[in-house]
Design a protein around this ligand. Sequence first.
Ligand code: PMP
Length: 434
Amino acid sequence: MIDRDTYPLWNSPSMSAYLTTLSHENMLVEGRGVRVRDAAGRWFLDARSGLWNVTLGYDHPKVTEAIERQLRTLPFANLVGYGRPGAIAVEAAEALLPHLPVHMNKIRYCSNGSQAVETAVLLSRFLHHSGGEKERLAVFGMWHGYHGLGSGAGAVTGMSYVHDQSGPLLPEVHHVSGPFEGAAAPGAGLEQTITACGPERVAAVVLELVVGEGGHVLSDDYLHSLERFCRGHGIHLIVDEVSTGMGRTGAFTRTEQVGIRPDILTLGKGLSAGYAPLSAVVLSDEVSARLFDLDFEQKFLIGSTNDGHPLGLAASMAVIDTLADGGVLENVEAMGALLRQGLEEVAARHPQVAAVRGAGLMQAVEMVAASQDGALTGGAMADHLRLALEERGVLVSSLAMVPAIMIIPPLVVTASDVEEIVTTLDKALAEIRY
Ligand code: PMP
């Protein structure tokens, strides 16, 4: 048992609930391949990839060596000011750009996903503002979209309980239901709301292409229609690929699979495979041209000491190499299909499961709204399922808003790992009493 008074961390939104699940034995002490070991010596298959970011497993030799090399030569250089960035920042950006959509040509590195989203949103406002459109402030996101926490990214995240926990966050941020929540036609909900609000007041739309909170995949039709709408009204399309980018759906970006042209794209998580913090904001040709034209007259000041940290950049270069040469993307496609098929077979056997959805190695298993006897909500059922899987040796995520578990394993899982995830889920669903 953990003693609340001597426990040194404040590391969860709800500490009293957290402490009831915590013990010294639960703490993780080692990782090998796609598995982690706790202090009691139990090994788990990590089907949530750390926090969806440990894409290459825990002991990838190329990533580890790259970081060690950088650590010994130049552990830090300041990216933001004084004109002496680390050369590795330029090398990392040059290595990444060929794998990003062709119309995008500049990268700004940050430290985490929330910061990348916040930078993207504020940059959008800055560009409109400095172009004389001072009323163009509104930002639209989707309910259930997750874009991080804090007063900028948290405002964009479509979870109302985040918005009012500490009083007002970033003003002029609005949310609409996603197309997965019954909008009449592709694009209708968002486009109608923006039209009613006055598109000339809207700076940007921010969205995920596969919604982490429940695995909904936005259709190509929806996205192409939205892109046309945004372009027609001078609204920036900001695509948040913090979860989906860097291989998760079988390509460097989901954007490239869908064939849309965002103005700004965010990356994080798999960008450094979890070995060191790193995120990125990627700009289209058009956006970077506008920004660079303005550069000398007006300053867009944003950044933080550890942005583009050399250890994260070293990791990212090894990640790029591995994704480009290592057959990892092909593995995601094959293992994603195998996982999906297995989950659908399991779902067909268990009436507690309402739906399976997702893309690549990002799959949701959604529970029905409530247990048969009405005693548990779907959300509680998903939490129980997560814990039941954990007891049986598989770590997955459950969610805050949607009654689902997310299965997001490292991109390097094998067929036997996938089999283990699926059979453990099957067993857990058969053994838990709802
Ligand atoms: N955007 C998306 C799509 C995410 O999934 C996340 C993290 N779950 C974030 C932004 C925020 O990233 P971070 O936790 O690194 O701030």
